[in-house]
Design a protein around this ligand. Sequence first.
Ligand code: GP9
Ligand code: MN
Length: 666
Amino acid sequence: MRIRLPNIKDNGHIALFAIAVVLFWIKTYAAYQIEFTLGIDNNLQKFLLFINPLSSALFFFGFALLFKKRMKMILILTNFILSFLLYANIAYYRFFSDFITVPVLMSTKTNAGQLGDSALSLMSPFDIFYFTDFFILIVLSMTLFKKVTIENKKSFKVVLLFSITVFLFNLGLAEKDRPQLLSRSFDRNYLVKYLGAYNFTIYDVIQNIKSSGQRALADSSDITEVENYRKANFSAPNPEYYGKAEGMNVIYIAMESLQSFIIDYKMPDGQEVTPFLNSLVHSNEAFYFENFFHQTGQGKTSDAEFLLENGLYPMAQGAVFVNKAQNTYQAMPAILKGKGYYSASFHGNYKTFWNRNVMYKALGYDQFFDAEYYNMTEENTKNYGLKDKPFFTESISMLKDLPQPFYTKFLTLSNHFPFEMDPQDTDFPAGETGNKVVDQYFQSAHYMDEAIEQFFNDLKASGLYDNTVIVMYGDHYGISENHNEAMAKVLGVEEITPAISAGLQRVPLFIHVPGVKGSVQEQYGGQVDVRSTILHLLGIDSKDYMELGSDLLSKEHRNWALFRNGDFISSEIIQVKGKCYDAKTGELVENTAACQEIADKINTELQISDEIVYKDLLRFYEPEGYTPIDPQDFEYLAPKGNKAMKEEKNAEEAEAINEAETSEQP
Ligand code: GP9
Ligand code: MN
């Protein structure tokens, strides 16, 4: 039998196209493995990482099939552009452990500047590997495939259809593993891991175009409406507390997923879940706000951060930290910077999560101690990152080294869904509802309580406690409505009614001010209200700042909290999914006039907040006495962990050893 060699002239374009796709696919996959730390957790993720370059290769190279004579040239050019993009990301990642985004390319100072100086040191002669397929294509086009031309565009249509099918298959599997991947856009690492480096760039470009469109519609007159609203709704500070913490350090502790039902809750055997927090409630050591609510949306922890730093609401969809990090803000760290404060955030997860490394610059954070600063061993980590006990233990020495006064925040992690603990970390009993998630919640909440107690002890031992305001808040719910049946058992009710469900959005808020007697506070409020409360305690009038909170300690404090979905809660009435309920009885209310009155107010407030955020209105406004910050002045580089620095350190060490050895020689 005779084997017929393919007729390279007639069907050559298909063969060349296939070679280009396969080589590019292999190369990209190799780059993923060699260059990036993407945190692959399971087999599905491994598979997705493997197939995700395919749809991009088919899609982009496919366009070359539209050209008859120039097909080869277009194929080579496309390969070069994509290879260059990949390599740019590789070099950038070596230094910043992050991927290139549109705003990075736009920024003139920090990133480009930093990279400019050391760009060469990030490259190696072996990197030519990332262009091998480009050279192979050139050689093939000039030799074996020299005579190839395309007769019709049929193959283009087939390839396009195929690439879309592969992409949808990829996206479907990705969404299965990580629901709401695109709408919530947690982390650049995730997008690359699931959808690939090239699709990530496309996604990023689209997001940026959308954002700049909304921004372009605004002008400076739009801020007037906001100013009027602020004036009309301002709650004047309470003279009893105003300035009581002036000049003190500030520590915020975000208590992951902690809901208020856990406070004073006792397990069947009588043990308290959070004995330390309970002791704060009952000892007058701090203010405890028992009717305080989270107001977060899809951005969860980061939405809570946004609320507390800015006194503005997060976005109805997506995470404001991810989508609006290019806006101008006048956030807490920036305000306090003007008063001589140094600011830092501490978090045992990697800096790209929720785009923190970018957003923190817009908020004015001087320093970000992310996972790179901690000892992220197998034993110390679980789920999203560092366990709370090592987190606080390792943080205290970094905290002590900060210039004072400081403004800091600590984001805990252990009490995160699905609340599973390593056996060696807990001897606390699990719940007995039969629902694994709910039952484990008691154990992880107990662990966090112990970690916080230990942190308080360390603060006392270091002397910081007596000169530091401590604000502790639950960031959002931990147990979702999917677990209502088990929650009914926990609360000892027949079922979780809409009113109870709204009440379950309570999260604890503690404010400890040295020298000020605390108490249990009954007024209703939400996360948006924390900022003016703290500013007033620090002796800074919040009136001139365009924020929407109402000082919780003010005599004029409004007594309700809205939810990001447009519902609200007060001591009298509750609105859930647009329906009005009596807060005392939980019964549906027929006459909805009272509800309507608050509903109108909160709609206006959310609208004002959205205007500020979507149109980036704070760029048109400068509060009196405020010194604007430039986000590009900040950079959060890891102390260890990035390859360039490690190599530099190794080289220095090698040199030192060398010198020592040489000097020892006779
Ligand atoms: C991750 C941490 C947890 O860095 O903020 O995120 P969450 O899912 O709670 O928003
Ligand atoms: Mn959280």
